[in-house]
Design a protein around this ligand. Structure first.
Ligand SMILES: [Zn+2]
Length: 395
């Protein structure tokens, strides 16, 4: 059924996708403390910048943030231009559990696939809150770099770390995990290489030196991190588990010059890893075409289209979606919000994902590339079906 709204020239009629539930294949937990200290603290949730003025002032001056405020105002039955203070006052009247449930039911969020590595476990609400606000318990992912750091801090030799890694990743499903997540893109880059043992040993020695000084380690040692990742990828392939990689847009720990997913070529070329689905996060924005290309040539490449973060306009989200739909097999695309800390990101991401997808698919129907029925089927798979299959999310 096509929308009856008259459309401007070159604007396709949008498909009506409001009834389709979503499985959010990439998101994070919610802060225990939902009420911000002040306006600057609230605004800082909607930027990847580490700079104080950006976080407290400029973050409020984006298309994304203006849209968020207008949507929140409507949700709280205020005038769309009510502004930050009125919106936050209305929000403050809700408990975290009630607000989350009301927002997520409004957005038709059926299930979440949650990266348990961020925010830290002691700062997020329990999974019971997430389960109560959706169709059931979230599916959990293990963040690899946190595990690596823990193991390097615990063990004095490289062989001991590698042995402990294998033990930690043994039968991940029975440990309650549906897949893995890597932020190597934030650490030493996506070009995961093979290194000679002596190079890895000296990289390990540097990491242990940091442990000796501080008691912990932030894993920025490339030969060591690459080697541990190879161990994890081999395990994921044997257990046929998906591995998510942060790609593209993020805080400036990511060198965006080298954050194209094409840097993962060696991982995709490795026959031993074919059993592991590699999920490229954030639509690889701005490298969405590169990500879509990879899904079209490698059987284990998948593209996550995330609509809450990056912080973009609806027009840019639509362009990302169209680029993906234009090149990728429909079986390889999955919706997400990348929502973190506040439930509004998961909520608006679900609405905007449907909107961008309806526009992108509407154009394919208008161009007579897809029937309306086929476009609906594709929408259902991108919004939920593909993720259910890949992560084993119950229907
Ligand atoms: Zn994320």
């Amino acid at each position: 059924m096509m929308s009856s709204t008259p459309s401007a020239p070159h604007t396709p009629d949008a498909l009506e996708l409001g009834d389709l539930p979503v499985v959010d294949n990439h998101c994070h937990g919610l802060d225990l403390q939902q009420q911000p200290d002040d306006l600057g603290d609230w605004r800082s949730r909607f930027t990847e910048s580490p700079h104080a003025r950006m976080r407290t002032v400029d973050a409020a001056d984006t298309t994304f943030y203006r849209r968020l405020l207008r949507r929140m105002a409507s949700f709280h039955s205020l005038d769309p231009e009510a502004g930050e203070t009125a919106v936050l006052e209305a929000r403050q009247r809700w408990s975290t559990a009630d607000l989350t449930a009301a927002l997520w039911r409004d957005a038709g969020i059926d299930r979440l696939v949650v990266d348990t590595g961020y925010p830290p476990a002691d700062r997020v609400v329990g999974t019971d809150v997430l389960a109560a606000a959706t169709g059931g318990r979230p599916v959990l992912l293990l963040r690899l770099e946190l595990l690596f750091q823990h193991l390097v801090a615990q063990h004095a030799s490289l062989p001991a770390v590698l042995e402990a890694l294998d033990a930690s990743l043994d039968d991940l499903r029975s440990q309650g995990f549906a897949g893995l997540k890597s932020i190597v893109g934030y650490r030493t880059g996506l070009e995961v290489e093979r290194w000679d043992t002596d190079v890895v040993e000296s990289s390990f020695a540097e990491a242990r030196h940091e442990v000796a000084g501080t008691g912990v380690v932030r894993l920025g040692y490339k030969p060591l991190l690459d080697t541990l990742l190879h161990g994890a990828l081999a395990q994921a392939a044997v257990q046929e588990l998906p591995v998510q990689f942060h790609v593209g847009y993020g805080d400036p720990d990511v060198d965006l010059r080298t954050a194209s997913p094409l840097a993962l070529r060696a991982v995709f070329e490795e026959p031993a890893y074919r059993g592991a689905a590699i999920v490229l996060l954030h639509g690889c924005w701005p490298y969405v075409r590169e990500g879509a290309y990879l899904t079209a040539v490698y059987q284990n490449a998948y593209l996550d289209l995330s609509y809450g973060i990056p912080f973009l306009s609806v027009g840019e989200l639509t362009a990302m979606t169209s680029a993906a739909l234009g090149a990728a097999p429909f079986s390889k695309l999955m919706f997400s919000s990348d929502g973190a800390r506040v439930p509004e990101l998961h909520w608006m991401g679900a609405h905007d994902g449907r909107l961008a997808l309806s526009r992108g698919l509407g154009l394919l129907v208008e161009d007579r590339e897809l029937s309306t029925a086929k476009a609906y089927e594709v929408a259902e798979r991108v919004l939920a079906g593909n993720a259910r299959r890949l992560y084993g999310v119950p229907a």
